[in-house]
Design a protein around this ligand. Sequence first.
Ligand SMILES: Cc1cc2nc3c(=O)[nH]c(=O)nc-3n(C[C@H](O)[C@H](O)[C@H](O)COP(=O)(O)O)c2cc1C
Length: 208
Amino acid sequence: MKTYSNPFELFDEWYKHAAQAGFRRTLLKKIYPPAVMHQPDSATLSTATREGRPSARVVLFKGIKRQGFCFFTNYGSRKAAELAQNPFAALTFHWGNPERQIRIEGSVEKLTFEESARYWVTRPRGSQIGAIASNQSSVISDPSILKDRVTEVESLYKGKEIPCPEGWGGYRIEPEMVEFWEGKVFRLHDRLVYRKEGDHWKTERLAP
Ligand SMILES: Cc1cc2nc3c(=O)[nH]c(=O)nc-3n(C[C@H](O)[C@H](O)[C@H](O)COP(=O)(O)O)c2cc1C
């Protein structure tokens, strides 16, 4: 694997490679049922409470802004509550063929409202309605409650644009450590870690 002066170039190279494989499969959606479809943009986001109790879930990676890895979510969700208590996270990608893993760790901050709103307008209307209708991570007594909420939100915005809600938006993870892992034969995998030191990145190879 190539070594660059920062982790963003290698991330970009690997992500583009994984995304190409994903788009090819997307064209074959009819042949591959969604369950076996490769989603190159899905990554595991790990957060922790103030006491350090971890939790993890999959989110969709939405690009790099101001050298931070971005995703969007509900600001009232469990992950948002944990990020408010402890603004550090890990984001882990895994792709096959070649088998690769990227581990990103760093501090987290919310995107600005303008940045979130810019992405909001690109989302399909159905997803905008869904985001407003669902009070993510809260307990619901029956799935029909969600359907009723969707109908309510649809009628509220009938014939109108749906503005980006204050309670929804993006986060960016500013990396302090990025590890690239590539699978090799006989478990002699290649691991390259970038650690931020002041304004430059130090690279080290780790035993697999
Ligand atoms: C492939 C996939 C992509 C997902 N993308 C997102 C996402 O971008 N944002 C999000 O809030 N939840 C996403 N989810 C749902 C989360 O995994 C999770 O259920 C939700 O965010 C609530 O998590 P929390 O209760 O820990 O906050 C995704 C789930 C899957 C399986």
